[in-house]
Design a protein around this ligand. Structure first.
Ligand code: HEM
Length: 142
């Protein structure tokens, strides 16, 4: 991510934070529209509580984009937990697309092409770290 992209994500997230609750609900609606097969993964989940956790996690990431040393271990742990939830690499693309749908809906005209690019870059970075952490490190050669 470029410094300009970090600033765009920070600025646009400040607009999303006050509408976090409806934004989270839009997110799950868009996610299940894009891939109804994901619904069973959340069958036992309180989707309101989950929405709050998701927005808190995104808030933490946005607040620490300039401090990768604080971000990396937390995101890596999140990725390892997600492997335990049955999340597959292909799901990350669907979640990323649903996140961009949600931001487009929530931000309206503020969601400029440059802001979209910036969020796509932020999400890709996160998703890469989460997926890498979920793959067990190869055993050291004897
Ligand atoms: C940047 C990407 C993502 C973020 C920030 C994120 C965030 C979170 C957070 C904060 C939780 C709460 C539990 C915990 O902290 O371990 C959670 C749970 C979960 N996430 Fe994600 N997630 C992401 C990607 C995904 C993807 C790609 C999927 C696949 C569909 C997914 C499916 C789930 C499921 C099934 C749970 C467990 C729900 C439950 O406890 O009932 N997440 N996620």
């Amino acid at each position: 991510m470029t410094p300009d992209q970090i600033a765009l994500v920070e600025r646009s997230f400040r607009l999303v934070a006050p509408i976090a609750e409806p934004a989270a609900q839009i997110f799950y609606a868009r996610l299940f529209q894009r891939d109804p097969a994901l619904k069973p993964m959340f069958a036992q989940t309180d989707i309101h509580a989950q929405g709050r956790k998701l927005m808190q996690a995104i808030g933490f990431v946005v607040a620490n984009l300039r401090r990768p040393e604080a971000l990396l271990p937390v995101v890596a742990d999140l990725g390892r937990r997600h492997a335990g939830y049955g999340v597959q690499p292909a799901h990350y693309g669907t979640v990323g697309a649903a996140l961009l749908d949600t931001l487009a809906e929530g931000l309206g005209p503020e969601f400029t092409p440059a802001t979209r690019e910036a969020w796509a870059a932020a999400y890709q970075t996160l998703a890469d770290i989460m997926q890498q952490a979920a793959v067990p490190a190869p055993a050291a050669a004897a």
